[in-house]
Design a protein around this ligand. Structure first.
Ligand code: ATP
Ligand code: MG
Length: 321
């Protein structure tokens, strides 16, 4: 159905709606939409991911991230728009799926099987057999830091270990495109660090990665480009530095003073109680000015704009409630 509306040429992909100019892209989405009854979960979004790039879909609960991933993997049929993965508009085709690794938001592991058995099961689904299967399973176990626990049943694993195995199952067949839906949800800081380092390594190896998250610091650390989603729409999409430069606003220096200032007009910012607050592009200048004004500072903090600030500015709400 969708395939008939997309025509590939060596130079560019042309669709009924628009031209994708950066090519070849691993993932392209054009005016993608999904409704559930009266609710528009995904409302005509566009994005493209060139090979080897990491793209983050960032948004609060119910933004439409998982629905987007489900359409990309063919679990949900779009109500509108087009999807193109490695030049193919049908993500359910085995040839497309062969190159894709998917780690859904909900853990999908067999609790009564061991780590090795889980990995071997997923590897077999992708057609791996014999020596190659054993090699890939061993690599995935080492990568997940679970080699020593490979013979243990998953039900004896901690939440972080399960999440690491869940990611390993998505990689076992060595896909070139990875779709990771909240890969670090519900894990402790150590497991999160492990998973993020894993994603970084995959990126270095040339994988094209789409991942969703509520955690703006993950997006800032990993992503070449980020799209901030809310109510099914993309509010802003760019590199993190560009988004911060355009929408982040200025840094905020807050100096708590030992005593309320006697001459507030001589200070660089405005006074709230015994604190001076300076919004500035040059926070270190502001600190120098405060020091030169001779005030006695009890505590000093600097808040640089981040993606959370951007989301707050764009929506009036926080990403995480
Ligand atoms: N199968 C479904 N039937 C009805 N509504 C659905 C269905 N799946 C998702 N929705 C609704 O679509 C909206 C988007 O949901 P989605 O799961 O895509 O959000 P999300 O961004 O992944 O959120 P979270 O961060 O909580 O995982 C929500 O309002 C959700 O309730
Ligand atoms: Mg989700």
């Amino acid at each position: 159905m969708l395939r008939s509306r997309i025509r590939l040429t060596p130079e560019k992909l042309v669709t009924n709606h628009r031209r994708f100019l950066i090519l070849p892209c691993m993932i392209q989405v054009c005016r993608l939409a999904k409704r559930f009854g009266g609710l528009t979960a995904v409302d005509g979004i566009d994005f493209e991911i060139p090979p080897g790039q990491t793209f983050g879909l960032l948004g609060p609960n119910g933004a439409g991230k998982t629905t987007t991933i489900h359409m990309l993997v063919g679990l949900l049929r779009p109500d509108g728009g087009e999807i193109c993965i490695q030049g193919d508009s049908d993500p359910t085709r085995p040839a497309v799926r062969q190159h894709m690794g998917v780690a859904p938001q909900a853990l999908s592991l067999y609790e009564d099987l061991t780590a090795t058995e889980n990995l071997a099961f997923f590897a077999r689904l992708y057609g791996l057999r014999g020596r190659r299967l054993r090699e890939r399973v061993a690599i995935a176990l080492r990568r997940a830091g679970l080699f020593e626990r490979r013979r243990d049943r998953v039900k004896t694993f901690s939440g972080g270990m399960k999440r690491r195995l869940h990611l390993a199952c998505a990689l076992v067949h060595e896909p070139s495109v990875l779709l990771l839906d909240e890969p670090t949800i519900g894990v402790d800081p150590q497991a999160r660090h492990h998973i993020l380092a894993d994603i970084e390594a995959l990126k270095q190896e040339g994988c094209t990665i789409l991942f969703t998250t509520h955690y703006m610091e993950e997006a800032q650390r990993l992503c070449d480009r980020v799209a901030i989603m809310d109510h099914g729409r993309i509010l802003v999409m760019d590199t993190v530095p560009n988004i911060l430069a355009q929408h982040g606003g200025r840094a905020v220096v807050r100096a708590e003073l030992d005593h309320p200032p006697t001459d507030p007009d001589s200070l660089p910012g405005h006074v709230e109680g015994d604190s001076v607050i300076v919004e500035t592009d040059r926070p270190f200048e502001a600190v120098k000015q405060l020091a030169a004004a001779g005030v006695s500072i009890r505590n000093l903090s600097l808040h640089q704009p981040d993606l959370e600030t951007v989301f707050l500015k764009l929506t009036g709400r926080r990403l995480r409630d």
